[in-house]
Design a protein around this ligand. Structure first.
Ligand code: ZN
Length: 91
């Protein structure tokens, strides 16, 4: 088995850490977008006439065949992926 000299080992390490740094920097640069994605919320408003129906902030409506949003185990909007926030209808 050929033996690596001191020189080439440290050169290899430098290359390794150089590319590691580049990877870390590219991951760091995507973090703000990822955080914004995780923070996304979608507010769902219960229909005034039909408590099984909700209008979603992202422009869809959803109807629960059984129960409602609270009795379902929905946490995220199936349309936009935002975390569901139930807003009370103003009445
Ligand atoms: Zn949504």
């Amino acid at each position: 088995m050929p033996e690596l000299g001191q020189q080439s080992t440290s050169t290899n390490l430098q290359r390794f850490f150089g590319s590691l740094n580049r990877d870390i920097n590219s991951i760091k640069s995507t973090l703000p977008a990822l955080e914004a994605e995780l923070d996304r919320r979608c507010s769902w408003k219960q229909d005034e006439n039909d408590s099984a129906v909700y209008d979603t902030e992202c422009g869809n409506s959803i109807c629960f065949r059984q129960g409602n949003l609270r009795s379902s185990e929905y946490e995220y909007c199936p349309y936009c992926g935002g975390m569901i926030e139930e807003t009370k209808s103003d009445n």
